[in-house]
Structure formats: C-alpha cells, structure tokens
Design a protein around this ligand. Structure first.
Ligand SMILES: [Zn+2]
Length: 657
C-alpha cells in the first residue's frame, strides 16, 4: 500500500497534546496493574498460578488407549524458586484426574490434590534459583472443558482421533502444570505411547519411535524452544504423512510435516502445498520462522477450526485463511506469547492480520483491501475494549469481533498511521526483541516498540483503540471560497459523535480533495471533537473524501455534498435595458449587501441587505431614473455577527438607453 502525496497546498495541522508516561523499568505484571488502575479504575489479578516458582521444563510421558478411553501419565516438572526460603508450592491439575503418587528426590512424597491444585510441602527450604524437580504419576479419563481440551474422538466412522486443544485453561484436564501463559518452560518432551496402528504427534522433533512388546509404540517428541503450557499438544490417529521441505536459504531447509487422515489426503494436498509460499511470505514480513531447527506441521483433528500448537498446528479445516492464521501464530502467540489472556489480541489480532498479509502478498492489493473491508464490518460489531476485562469467560477472550477482527484492524490502522516501511520495521523489531522473543509480552511492550521504531508518541492510539471502545463516527461538511482567480480555500469540518470511552477518537485522517486540476491527498491530525481544517488550493475544489484508502475503522456521514463557494457572477443581460439580473453564491450563511455605485463612486441604489443561508441567489436590478453609463455592483458577505468579512466582489455593468 502506498501513500501518494502531491504537496502543492498549505495545510494547517493541529498537534495533539497528550500526556505520556513510560513504564519501562517495571516488570510486565506491574505494568498490567498500572493499566487496570489507569483505564479501568480497578486492579484486577489475572491468574498467574504459583508466583513463587518459575517452571522451566515439562516432560509428559503418557500412555493413551482408545478402547477403553484412558490416560495414564507421568509428568516431570522442573521449576526454580523465585524466592528465598520456599518450603511449599503448587501446580494446577484437574480434580477429575487421579494422582497416584508424587516422586521427589527419588522417593514418594506427600501432597494434597484439591480445588484443581496439587500442593506439596517440603521439609527443607529452597532459595532463589534452586531447582525443584518432581514427577507426578496419575491416571483417569480426561473430561474436556473449554473448546475441547482433551478429546477421544473418531473420524471416517470408527477410526480413532485423539487430540488436545488446551487454550486457554484446558491443560489441567490432562497434565499438571503452571496454568498460565505467562510462565514458559525452556523446553519440553512429550512421549506418547499408543496402539502401534496409530501415529502420535506433538511439538518439536521426533527423536525416536520405539515399538513395545505389547503392540504399542512410543513416540518421543522433543521441543528445544521455550513453550507456553497451552501450546503443548498431542494428536493421535491413523495418520498418513505428507512431508516436504521449506528452503529458507539456497542450501538450508526445514521439514514441513503434515499428519492427515488417509481419506482426506488427496483433496488436501493442493492446500497443504501452499504452506511453503506462506512461510516465505511471513519470513519476508516478520523475519525467520521461529522454530527453524525443528519443523512446522499440521495435525488433522476433530474440531472445525485450527489451533496453533507450537511447530504443529492442529487443523480441522484447511482453507487458505486457517492455514495462514495458524502459521502466523507461530510468530505471534508461540514465539511471543501474550503474558495473560487480557492481552489475547497480541496473539489473535496479529494472526488475523497475518491472513491480510498473506492475501496481499499472494493475491494483490485488492485482495488485501477486500479482506480489511470484511474484517472491518466484523470489527464494528465488537462490544467492549480489545483489552479483555472478563478473562474468566473464554468466549470473552476469544470474541471473534473484538480479539480477532478489531485486533487485526488495529494493526491495519497502525500501518496507516506510520506508513508501510515503518510498520514492517515495527513487526520485525518486535519479533526479534530479546525482551519478548521466546518470552511474553503485554500491550505496553508492543507500544514501546512501536514508539521507539516510529519515533511517534502513540499513547492516544493505544489508549483509544486497545483500552477504549467502539470507533469514530465522522459527520463531515465543507465550504469553499474563491480567494482570487488562482487561489481557493476549502474548509472541511469534522464533527465526531460522542462516545463513552474515548469521548472521541484522535487520529491522523487522510482527506482526498478533488480539484479541477486533479486530486490531492492530505493528512490532518484530528484531535478535537469538532474541528475544521482549512486548505489553500491553487485550483478550484470540486469534492472531497475522508480516508479514501480506508485506513480507519469508522462511519462517515455527509460526504458527497457538493459545496458552494462564494461567487458574484456577471450580470445578465449586459449591456442592459430596462433591467438586468445579478446572480451570486454564498458558501455559508452570511449577512449580504449588494450596493450599486456610479462611475464616480456615489451609491445610487441598494439591492439587498439581509441574512441569507448558503445557496445560489438571483436578484433583479431595475434602474429608476439613472442615466446611460457604467455602473458597479458590489457584494459583501459578512458573518453572522457582522464582524468578519467572508467575501466581497465587484462587477461592472453598462446601462444603455
Ligand atoms: Zn488464532
């Protein structure tokens, strides 16, 4: 997308005066509290699990049978203490599962499993950074919650399809963990033992698949990148594999591995083949695929949607948008994970915008514009702030209109504010920033990157679009004046409907002015609810359009109203006898006088003296008792209070007797 600026006019731009504060020295969680108190007048704690420990490693060793449905697990969790003198901790795990034992330091250890937590006390104290490693043995039939945290399902009749979709709170239905996206472990192993008829898929690389004497097989998957608990997954079925390589340089490649139901493979191959093009497009836009030393892949599953499990998206549909969306998540969601669910737009808004980037790169600018247009119509339905207030309600977190559509449109609008090259600089800088890469981020982190890269103070932008609600409704009107035969003035007025939060939207707004000599695009900084922008033009203005390239989520009323400039036309007929008509136009309501003077400057008649609305008028002049000769008609238009002259002009006419 490109902006076209033809600068041959004077623009009066108002600058916003916005208070701005930095929080860069505070940890992200404190920043979050600042935002709650600043924007919502309350301090709200999102669930952070046991904040006295930092989980560093999970090993899931699971035996899964489908006949009967059953899960037996041994999960190793390594954590380090974040405090001195730690003597107890807890992990999150559903009460529906039965804990058999906990092993600490080689021997069985006592625990309490209640309220979906496993609490463990130690006889010794741990100090800062001490490692605490335990193994939890358990069994049961997981009861799915949320979007289907753990499903024993089928495809093609009675072929097993066992899968997980843990986001946001569902991990604890099938494995014990710290149940928060804000604490990633450094690496993970997932060992899956199942019937040897089946293939079990998880994150990272398959180190080995071991056939067991009892007719089962154990798949040993290892992930060497930091990973959030909800992105650890499994998918088990009678998959066929369809693999190819993605070359990210002339000689280096990464495998793309697709685990597909046999009956669907042929029809899906053309879609799966698009993954490489998408990987190239997103590499260009964001930087290298984050998990190059492992893989990217798709594992077909039973939910009619996609889930961006790290290095292996679970897929129930394979249209372009879903493939692109889940792939974009590998950068936004997986590499950089939202610190808490309040900031889910950092995952979903970005992944949805990834669809737009795909359409633009693969299909062209018109496809991008169409995608944005339809996403905007969803975004206009969004209720509440993008920043999620009620994270206990998973439908609030994953509200399609708000977290996805409006989150996507915020990025589109940001692109409009900063321009293409800065925008993509921002994305690449954010993705590569070691403060967030393979870690977590909140909105303020992204805002800091945006402001640093762009050099702009964009507090207003994030405040109103992330923490505010709705979108601007612009009521526009305009007037034009002819200042001389080479200078014209256009005054464009924008009045915004009142909104609750913010009261109105501060935004740079592009205006296209159509003139006799062509058109021009100007940007004004709209930071008042009722604001008029004046433009001095060197060609007659004919029409205007607000935000012609559709950068802003908005409604507009009042466009395409032809303005009337001030003008005094030549009388007709001329020369005249016995009468003539004088026509004039008023660009705005005015106190108008028309006075007739003779050639010596003596006033001989007054045709008009009164207040008129804008419009076109004709008035007849019938000279009474005047001699033949040259006369002048002079029009003046004053404003409502008769204090400012809006327009004046003089015409010459000849009376012939
Ligand atoms: Zn998503």
């Amino acid at each position: 997308m490109k902006f076209l600026f033809k600068i041959f006019l004077i623009i009066f731009i108002c600058y916003a005066n916005i208070s701005f504060s930095q929080f860069t020295d505070k940890p992200v969680y404190e920043i979050e509290k600042d935002f709650h108190s600043r924007y919502f007048n309350k301090i709200k704690d999102s669930y952070q699990s046991d904040t006295s420990i930092n989980a560093v490693y999970y090993k899931l060793d699971l035996y899964i049978t489908e006949n009967p449905n059953f899960l037996t697990g041994a999960v190793t969790i390594n954590s380090v203490s974040k405090i001195n003198g730690l003597s107890s901790l807890f992990y999150d795990f559903s009460n529906n599962m039965t804990v058999d034992s906990i092993i600490y330091n080689g021997s069985s250890h006592s625990y309490i499993h209640s309220n979906d937590k496993i609490s463990i006390s130690f006889s010794e104290n741990f100090n800062l950074n001490d490692l605490i490693s335990i193994v939890i043995y358990y069994h049961g039939v997981p009861i799915p919650t949320g979007f289907g945290s753990f499903i024993f399902g089928y495809h093609n009749g009675n072929e097993p399809s066992i899968w997980t979709l843990s986001e946001p709170y569902g991990c604890i239905d099938w494995y014990p963990c710290k149940n928060t996206p804000g604490d990633k472990v450094d690496s993970s192993d997932v060992w899956l033992r199942c019937s040897e008829e089946l293939t079990a898929v998880s994150n990272g690389i398959l180190r080995e698949a071991v056939n067991n004497p009892d007719g089962t097989i154990t798949f040993k998957w290892h992930n060497s990148y930091p990973i959030a608990n909800y992105l650890i997954s499994l998918a088990i079925s009678n998959y066929v594999q369809y693999n190819f390589n993605f070359y990210y340089s002339a000689t280096e490649y990464m495998p793309v591995m697709n685990y597909i139901y046999p009956e669907d493979l042929n029809v899906l191959i053309p879609q799966l083949d698009k993954t490489n093009q998408m990987l190239s497009i997103f590499t260009n836009a964001y930087g290298p695929y984050p998990f190059l030393s492992e893989k990217y892949g798709h594992a077909q599953f039973g939910r009619n949607a996609g889930m961006e499990n790290q290095t292996i998206s679970s897929m129930g549909a394979f249209n372009d948008d879903i493939i692109a969306h889940e792939l974009a998540h590998q950068w936004f969601g997986d590499k950089i994970t939202c610190f808490n669910w309040e900031n889910i737009w950092l995952n979903e808004g970005f992944a949805t915008y990834g669809q737009a980037i795909y359409h633009e790169a693969a299909e062209g600018e018109a496809a991008y514009e169409n995608f944005i247009k339809s996403t905007m119509s969803n975004a206009k339905q969004a209720v509440g702030s993008i920043y999620v207030i009620d994270v206990a309600n998973i439908n609030e977190i994953f509200d399609g209109n708000r977290s996805y559509a409006k989150g996507c449109i915020v990025l589109h609008m940001l692109r409009g504010v900063v321009g293409d090259s800065v925008f993509f600089d921002i994305l690449r800088t954010y993705v590569a920033d070691t403060s967030f890469a393979y870690k977590n981020a909140v909105t303020q982190d992204f805002q800091n990157v945006v402001e640093k890269v762009s050099g702009l103070d964009l507090e207003y932008f994030f405040r109103e679009w992330i923490y505010g609600e709705n979108f601007p409704v612009y009521n526009v009107s305009w007037t034009t004046d002819e200042l001389s035969n080479v200078q014209y003035k256009a005054s464009i007025n924008i009045v915004q409907n009142s909104n609750l939060n913010p009261q109105f939207f501060t935004m740079p707004v592009q205006i296209k002015i159509f003139m006799q000599s062509g058109d021009t695009l100007v940007t004004v900084f709209n930071d008042q609810q009722d604001q008029t922008f004046d433009f001095i033009l060197n060609s007659k203005p004919l029409d205007f359009k607000i935000d012609p390239d559709n950068w802003i989520l908005k409604n507009i009323f009042g466009e395409n109203v032809t303005p009337i400039g001030f003008a005094l036309l030549q009388n007709y007929p001329n020369p005249f006898n016995p009468s003539t008509t004088i026509s004039f136009q008023l660009g705005r309501p005015s106190n108008v006088t028309i006075t007739i003077y003779d050639i010596l400057g003596n006033e001989v008649a007054q045709l008009l003296n009164g207040y008129l609305r804008e419009g076109t008028y004709n008035t007849d002049f019938i000279p009474n008792g005047l001699a033949s000769g040259t006369y002048f008609y002079y029009l003046s238009a004053m404003d409502y209070n008769n204090t400012n002259l809006l327009f004046e002009a003089t015409g010459k006419m000849i009376l012939v007797k």
